[in-house]
Design a binder for this molecule. Structure first.
Ligand SMILES: Cc1cc2nc3c(=O)[nH]c(=O)nc-3n(C[C@H](O)[C@H](O)[C@H](O)COP(=O)(O)OP(=O)(O)OC[C@H]3O[C@@H](n4cnc5c(N)ncnc54)[C@H](O)[C@@H]3O)c2cc1C
Length: 306
């Protein structure tokens, strides 16, 4: 727990984010969780995934941008991603973070930037997933998502909820009424016990409750986890309720449990892999280490090998 908290604390150090982006040696570290620095590298990886029957969600790594110009650069990057998805014909949607579009500077700016991207995606018949970040922006993220959802269709834009938050079951109940497409995940940030369950057992129990609510809602949702127990619970619940494999998708992260990704796809489940790329890999990478501190050894070994 101490290691996890320390790693998440380090992930939030802005100075380290910029330092890491410039420090070339670190690139060798990141291959475990990041598809590369460029759109082309991510496209090549997504082609491989598609050949194995998996779809993808493109993520340009950056969060907590420092000024409106940087946020505007993110909009441009995502429009380019959408263009490249169309051009190459790969099977991928996109995932965005609102702090990447300026949420911490001005929520209206983030809304306008996200709207521009959702509009472009909708025009192209693609889909935008709004990732969920730390709990200080949960309500703002849901508010902006609701505005977007009021203006666009169900299959244009969706959101993420985190089962470690105490509020999530109620949020899920409210959002499925819109209706809205939801990705349920456990949650990757450091949260105080007032807002999040401190014990893994409660996080997992809440995950299962929310998963059951989502699957019963009749809308197409994303079940994002690498936890075999969550996956088994989902499969068992769907079978018991007569919910078809086409009615939902499993989602996993690039570089995590590729064996399980392949297996679920082979078993006929929809499998989407989140594919991050870009220079600002540092906070994302540190959260992945925090989820499984054993990864630190894997990463160090890789570095020494190189
Ligand atoms: C597609 C997708 C999108 C996500 N989007 C968000 C988001 O918007 N907001 C957010 O807060 N979080 C997001 N997450 C992260 C999520 O909240 C969890 O932190 C992460 O998925 C680990 O939880 P788990 O369900 O895999 O279960 P855990 O109980 O953490 O892990 C179960 C098992 O999975 C394997 N595993 C898990 N993580 C790793 C890892 N990093 N490296 C190697 N093995 C691992 C291990 O075998 C572990 O025992 C997302 C996750 C996925 C898969």
């Amino acid at each position: 727990m101490l290691t996890r908290n320390a790693l998440i604390y380090l992930s939030r150090q802005e100075g380290l984010k910029d330092f890491a982006a410039r420090f070339r040696l670190f690139k060798r570290l990141t291959v475990r969780f990041v598809a590369g620095e460029t759109i082309d590298e991510a496209v090549n990886y997504i082609r491989e995934l598609n050949a194995e029957g998996c779809s993808a969600s493109f993520d340009h790594l950056n969060e907590s941008v420092a000024n409106p110009t940087e946020a505007e650069g993110e909009v441009k990057e995502y429009r380019e991603i959408l263009r490249r998805i169309d051009e190459t014909g790969i099977n991928s949607n996109i995932s965005i973070k609102l702090t990447q579009f300026g949420l911490e500077l001005d929520p209206e700016l983030a809304y306008r930037n996200a709207r521009a991207v959702v509009e472009d995606a909708a025009r192209r018949g693609n889909f935008v997933r709004v990732d969920m970040e730390a709990s200080n922006v949960t309500q703002k993220t849901i508010d902006i998502f609701k505005r977007l959802r009021a203006e666009f269709e169900l299959n244009d834009v969706g959101i993420v909820l985190q089962s470690y938050l105490r509020r999530t079951y109620a949020d899920a109940q409210e959002l499925i009424k819109l209706p809205a497409r939801i990705r349920i995940c456990k949650g990757a940030y450091n949260e105080p016990p007032e807002v999040a369950f401190p014990n893994k057992k409660d996080v997992d129990e809440n995950y299962v409750r929310v998963m059951q609510l989502l699957l019963s809602s009749g809308t197409y949702h994303g079940i994002a986890t690498h936890d075999p127990r969550m996956i088994e619970a989902t499969i068992a619940f769907a079978q018991k309720q007569g919910i078809g494999k086409e009615a939902f998708e499993f989602q996993m992260l690039y570089g995590v449990r590729r064996d399980l990704q392949r297996q679920l796809s082979k078993d006929g489940y929809n499998m989407r892999v989140y594919v991050p790329y870009g220079k600002h890999w540092y906070p994302y990478f540190m959260r992945r280490l925090a989820e499984r501190p054993a990864n630190i050894w894997f990463v160090l070994k890789n570095m020494l090998k190189g």
